[in-house]
Write a protein that binds this ligand. Structure first.
Ligand code: GDP
Length: 195
């Protein structure tokens, strides 16, 4: 997709606040600090549309971004930030779960993991939940500029193994710094939008 126009649409915590629209939605989820804001900005060719977190784990709302009046990018709250209380963790979990289970126009969710690290227990839990609930998904390994080129493919296959990803599930490499992987990821997103 050629991004002609991208703008912030609305912040929501509950379904009543989601945009009143039937446009297809592509959602992003991952641990705090995984690079979620950065990849959204990079895909949308914008520097500061989604906030790059100074304080990881703070955003607990869902942010909707309107892309070309054709689709929404949906920025789900980051999970797995250590200093957050159990109670808050479960309310953040509910926000994510409610969105994923009720939003009919959700086309695919993109689970972000840091290419340098083994997926965390939270990542695995999230992934298993997506599979168990039949939510269409793909995986993106972020920050590939931080490792050597030859290390990327082995890391992708380690991530795939750790998540126990089924064969048809793609694991895309991405760098928001160099924009490597941007075209391939947009192509994959387009397939879901242009059905
Ligand atoms: P979020 O909490 O998941 O939204 O993560 P952010 O997008 O705020 O990124 C967290 C930190 O990682 C910031 O300091 C970013 O500049 C950095 N970062 C994000 N993506 C990349 C990337 O692709 N390459 C590099 N080198 N740094 C990145």
């Amino acid at each position: 997709m050629i991004v002609k126009d991208a703008r912030f649409e609305i912040t929501a915590v509950s379904p009543a606040q989601y945009p009143q629209s039937n446009l297809p939605e592509i959602a992003f989820v991952g641990r705090s600090n995984v690079g979620k804001s950065s990849i959204i900005n990079s895909l949308l060719n914008r520097k500061k549309l989604a906030r790059i977190s100074g304080t990881p784990g703070k955003t607990r709302e869902i942010n909707f971004y309107n892309v070309n009046e054709k689709l929404f990018f949906v920025d789900l709250p980051g999970y797995g930030y250590a200093s957050v209380s159990k109670q808050k963790k479960s309310s953040w979990g509910n926000i994510i779960e409610t969105y994923l289970l009720t939003r009919h126009q959700l086309k695919v969710i993109i689970l972000l993991v840091d290419v340098r690290h083994e997926p965390s227990a939270d990542d695995k839990q999230m992934y298993d939940w997506l599979v168990a609930n039949n939510v269409p998904h793909m995986v993106v390994a972020t920050k590939i500029d931080k490792i050597t080129r030859s290390a990327v493919n082995p890391r992708l296959s380690d991530i795939r193994k750790a998540l126990n990803a089924a064969e048809g599930i793609k694991v895309f490499p991405y760098s928001s710094e160099t924009r490597q992987g941007r075209e391939a990821l947009w192509e994959a997103i387009d397939e879901y939008v242009e059905e």
